[in-house]
Design a protein around this ligand. Sequence first.
Ligand code: 13P
Length: 340
Amino acid sequence: MNTQQLKDTVQALFVDGKGLLAMDESNPTCNKRFAALGIPLTVEARRAYRELIVTTPGLGEFIGGAILYDETIRQKKADGTPFVKVLIDAGIIPGIKVDTGARELAAHPGEKVTEGLDGLRDRLQEYLQMGARFAKWRAVIAIGDGLPSWGCIEANAHALARYAALCQEVGLVPIVEPEVLMDGEHSLDQCSETTDELLRTVFKELFAQRVMLEGMILKPNMVLPGLTCTTQETVEVVADATVNCFLRAVPAAVPAIAFLSGGQPAELASARLNAMNERFKSRLPWAVAFSFSRAIQQPALEAWHGQDANVQIAQQALLHRAQCNQAARRGEYTAAMETK
Ligand code: 13P
């Protein structure tokens, strides 16, 4: 393991207030988002949309790394230039989602375990040769009646740690993504409790698998009340609950926490990230950053709507969200940025 190389990659991903763009939706997920807007569910439509993203002028000023999907890392611009080259030329480091998705966990109704460890060492080598410098694996944990179970947390944490160790072996920085889902009626306190237990288990497993904390990135959920909870908390309450939870459970050796957006409205995700950085400025041992998919892409996807004529306006929408989130990383985001 080249530890300096891993640390350098993390540093480059988050330099100057930059964050990550998750554009690694699997084909079924991408198709679901296209279907909602009446965009054709074809390889070519997905390729054209990803071309729009990677060719957005100036994106590298705000985005340090882009997470790709297996289909996307092999794709090219219409003129034949590989997306990986386009990203590197724009100063954006390519990354790759390497899990093969979450499946039903046996004997645990309503719970899932993320798969993809079989053959992973060889796949990581292939992605490394293709230009990837970091990877991602997402585990999903649901809160519900009696959920999550200890077995589900343990199985997912173990897989995350095995994946992370394999990544570091070949020189890829692992993004470790344990996500507590927003679906449900649970309170902010319940989310905090579950997130705390999940994070402690994940770090116990990372320690057991000898993962070097300085060479990884944590990609967690924010601590939020469930989507259908009757009490929705203020931006400040969410920021405090989130950072306090992470201060207790995440070792200071981890260089960066890059939050997922999880379906939050784009502006709210920026406001919450901003509040964390503003309110805890001098007390944060890690970079508090973003690795959003929907909260960066959704306005651009809606503006594009599958039409060539809308590419420029969609790119402006994408760039705007990237810029807002860079400001939020610095604690300098304001609602006024949205009306400019
Ligand atoms: P969202 O920001 O849309 O939650 O996506 C992040 C991600 O990469 C999920 O794996």
